[in-house]
Design a protein around this ligand. Sequence first.
Ligand SMILES: *[C@@H]1O[C@H](CO)[C@@H](O)[C@H](O)[C@H]1NC(C)=O
Ligand SMILES: *[C@@H]1O[C@H](CO)[C@@H](O)[C@H](O)[C@H]1NC(C)=O
Ligand SMILES: *[C@@H]1O[C@H](CO)[C@@H](O)[C@H](O)[C@H]1NC(C)=O
Ligand SMILES: *[C@@H]1O[C@H](CO)[C@@H](O)[C@H](O)[C@H]1NC(C)=O
Length: 714
Amino acid sequence: MAKYNIFLFFFCVSIVFLVCDATQSGNEYIVYMGSLPKEESYSPTSHHLNMLQQVFDGGNIQNFLIRSYKRSFNGFAAILNDQQREKIVSMKGVVSVFPNQNFHIQTTESWNFIGLPQTIKRDPIVESDLIVGVIDSGIWPESQSFNDKGLGPIPKKWKGVCKGGANFTCNNKLIGARFYGNTDSARDEAGHGTHTSSTAGGREVQGVSFFDLAKGTARGGVPSSRIAMYKICGSDGACSSASILGAFDDAIADGVDIISLSVGGQDALDFLNDPIAIASFHAMEKGILTSHSAGNSGPDVSTTSSVAPWLFSVAATTIDRKFISKVILGNGKTFIGSSVNTFPSNGTKIPIAEGTCSNGLDKTLVEGKIVLCESPGFEDSVSQSGAYGIVSNVEESLNDVAFLSGIPSTNLNSKDFKLVQSYADSTRSPEAEILKSEILHDTIAPRVASFSSRGPNLVVPDIMKPDISAPGVDILAAFSPLAPPSSSVGDTRKVSYSIESGTSMSCPHITGIVAYVKSFHPDWSPAAIKSAIMTTAKPVNGTYNDLAGEFSYGSGNANPPLAVNPGLIYNITKDDYVQMLCNYGYDDEKIKQISGENSRCRGTSNPSLVKDLNYPAIVIPVAPQKQFNIKFPRTVTNVGSPTATYKAIVTPIPNVKITVTPNLLSFKSLNEKQSFVVTVVGSVGSSQTEFSSSLVWSDGTHNVKSPIIVQLTS
Ligand SMILES: *[C@@H]1O[C@H](CO)[C@@H](O)[C@H](O)[C@H]1NC(C)=O
Ligand SMILES: *[C@@H]1O[C@H](CO)[C@@H](O)[C@H](O)[C@H]1NC(C)=O
Ligand SMILES: *[C@@H]1O[C@H](CO)[C@@H](O)[C@H](O)[C@H]1NC(C)=O
Ligand SMILES: *[C@@H]1O[C@H](CO)[C@@H](O)[C@H](O)[C@H]1NC(C)=O
């Protein structure tokens, strides 16, 4: 078993599910129709029903329409057979038709570590006008993290509702709730949505801990902001395309300022077949930045499914707090493993059982004993067999996360595991004790978590992904008492705060930071806020098994105090994105449909111009030993001091020449724009797959940094 099942619901491969009906069998599809037409007389629902009428010969079409999208963009979800699908594909106004598939859901100390201490400068009045929309597994409205003590009335711009189902009440903190798909309440049964919401915007709650571990004050990035929950995932963590689109359709129209989405698929999809790319495009149009988890499919390269340039794609890094759990053998030897083990030992040594976990366990041999597992991920079968505890063998490079289990457990690096095994093999009555977790200071944090999905970007190689990284390992935040803290069957613990790991946890940290920056600059575009956070990011100390450099941590670890004052920003308008889509190769008709009437492609499509998008990062995919000479036009806007002169500083790469023209930019006023061209010339061998450098624009105060990555393609 290669992956841990505790990697938060991100492990299942997306499967199209079939829905059958007595009269017609078909599959669920999303019919995406782009922007809403501006005409007042246009009725999306009747248009959708009319389209269905044309492909169904009579019958009750209402049963086949799952949902209409009509508030923020145009389209619907419906049950269609192959013939009907083909007819709809060719209808006027249809941009794309793709299957309704399942996506999956993928703290306190972490905010100090990332540089947002409780004492940081804030404007609580402006902050309390910000609405964070969280699209997730629901929320526990009674959690202390969502109390509304001292918060003023709901912002006037709010157009949403509190429709969380029976016995679900909102307040001046949790101001809205809706649910989608096969649920009847916005209440969180998985714990995930409560955790992410409180990380992004939870209130300060003192004296919080997980069974006395990690004691401290729980808080979100913007404790005065408002939260609206859009529940799209059930307790199994599955969240359908139809629900994702429904939630965005509402959230955008309800008036949220930021969207947090810790849900993703397994594969990078073409934009027009990716509900997350589609919906977040329409959010961007309305000035709403979507913070999105990069995925938990690392450490392999090209594993991120968050690829659209208008998404803020977040990788996960460690913080300086490390959970360890010791094993003491009968012979007195002690080994240190990683785990969040809340079960105290009473000092009695427990017998160690024989047997391999992958072949199934004999209950009579393991009951009440400690089982040694040759690989991780067997917590379920081991606890079901009645064992007392579990010691697992984990490759050192993957043993960077402490996981929770429903029974005493710890994960040892292979070297130590082998020593424990040989002790067990060579001793007549081997026994051991697993101690309750302790906390160590990790001096090499931040480091990219092994599970965090990596780039490069499989859909648009010129766009760096992930964009940024933030804490996502062993984060303490609010939880739902309906969900067990571990995924172990039979875990009966009920908690209001729990520890979780995943890019699901790093994503809401960035959501909080986006909101924090927005509280200082309410008029900045999504791209400007993203640029500010990316160009001021702190370096990350590589990854444990340094596979991918910037393709693992993006621009680095977000640095909130600097992001508020970046000096220069790389802005991107909706038209710039549309032009990128034109260059990428979508035809005029599709572009017109997506963007509404006004914007059309300039010139014919040319994929080699996708790189011209004003992204605050440069990726150069090149073939080995081939000479290249590529120019990257970029434009920066002055948001620092009115008069300033910035100088370009480039760190060299062997065999590659990088020039910036001009290399001095003088600004005379705020919001003034200056353009420049980065030229990258060279040829690189095949011994290394990636070389990175950076361009820093410095005025002595601000250092505006963009990664430059030369990526060897094979
Ligand atoms: C409403 O939900 C809360 C939290 O689960 C519970 O404590 C309370 O008993 C419920 N009330 C009703 C009337 O069901
Ligand atoms: C210590 O814990 C073990 C395992 O749960 C139990 O069997 C034993 O009775 C306990 N001993 C004492 C002294 O409580
Ligand atoms: C970076 O991490 C490595 C181990 O991966 C460690 O040896 C080194 O000291 C760390 N460097 C810094 C500056 O923390
Ligand atoms: C960025 O561009 C948008 C238009 O898309 C504009 O409204 C905004 O003022 C520009 N500058 C900043 C700093 O956001």
